[in-house]
Design a protein around this ligand. Structure first.
Ligand code: NAD
Length: 248
């Protein structure tokens, strides 16, 4: 199937590793020009080289910095004359006990995992609608469907983003712009490998008998961004191999 992505321009946030990197790679392989972001320029340039090798002919632009910085968000949107696709992503907030989280901890999580995405939608959605095509995909978490006690900051901020998106998706549907969320269950990324607390809650997936490959999210992301997915908006696409059935 031709996804119709050739020549489109996509911003992919938090793309130097894991899910974001997989989304950027698959979109580029399908012919989209990609503007990739993560906090460290050197790492991002390595990823850009890898994508250029896999997808010769597309343009790969790097915009280093945290998505919580308004200047970085402006630079992402300004990196090309028009943005057709926006993939919102960021690192997950730290696990822990809610009794230990003060106001600053909460604000940092809301900023990174909710407001940065909303701001990038604000900066792009109206222009997409004016041109009659746009795709916005937010990487959230299966915790939106089944909250995971140890990652309360994630449960809360992603739920906030999800309900915000549901509230606005209808404004854009008739003008060719869709906004959807992908909810990963356990996927084989640095996030999972580097956090023992998260790992013990997530690596056991008795239903699927394995954890997910980030490229599976990349492929879903590419389909949601394709010309074939224009009638699909305001949805939560849960990708957890059926794990929700266990209530984990
Ligand atoms: P990862 O650690 O492999 O990659 C995270 C990426 O985000 C890296 O490129 C990192 O440099 C970048 N990043 C972190 N904070 C950033 C910021 N403020 N601004 C810009 N870039 C930033 O993690 P991943 O597993 O790919 O996770 C991506 C998202 O998906 C996270 O929010 C995570 O919580 C969520 N998620 C992951 C899983 C999983 O099983 N891997 C499950 C549910 C949800």
């Amino acid at each position: 199937m031709d996804l119709g992505l050739a020549g489109k321009t996509a911003i992919i946030c938090a793309a130097s590793s894991g899910i974001g990197r997989a989304c950027a790679t698959v979109l580029a392989e399908e012919g989209a020009n990609v503007i990739i972001n993560a906090r460290t320029a050197a790492t991002l340039e390595e990823v850009a080289e890898d994508i250029r090798a896999r997808a010769p002919g597309v343009s790969v632009t790097i915009v280093p910095g945290t998505v919580t910085d308004p200047a970085v968000r402006e630079a992402l949107v300004g990196a090309a004359p028009q943005i057709d696709i926006l993939i919102n992503n960021a690192g997950g907030p730290p696990p822990g006990d809610f009794r230990d989280w003060d106001r600053d901890t909460w604000i940092a999580a809301i900023d990174q995992n909710m407001l940065s995405a909303i701001e990038l939608i604000r900066l792009t959605a109206d222009d997409m609608a004016a041109r009659g095509f746009g795709r916005i995909v937010n990487i959230t978490s299966s915790a939106v469907r089944v909250p995971i006690p140890v990652i309360g900051l994630s449960n809360a901020t992603r739920a906030g983003l999800t309900n915000f998106v549901f509230g606005i998706a209808g404004q854009f549907s008739s003008r060719g712009v869709t906004i959807n969320n992908i909810l990963p269950g356990p996927f084989d990324t640095g996030r999972l490998r580097n956090s023992k607390e998260i790992t013990k809650h997530l690596t056991a997936n008795p239903v699927a008998g394995r954890i997910g490959d980030p490229r599976e999210i990349g492929a879903m992301c590419a389909f949601l961004c394709s010309v074939h997915a224009g009638y699909l908006t305001g949805q939560n696409v849960l990708m957890d191999g059926g794990l929700y059935q266990t209530g984990v």
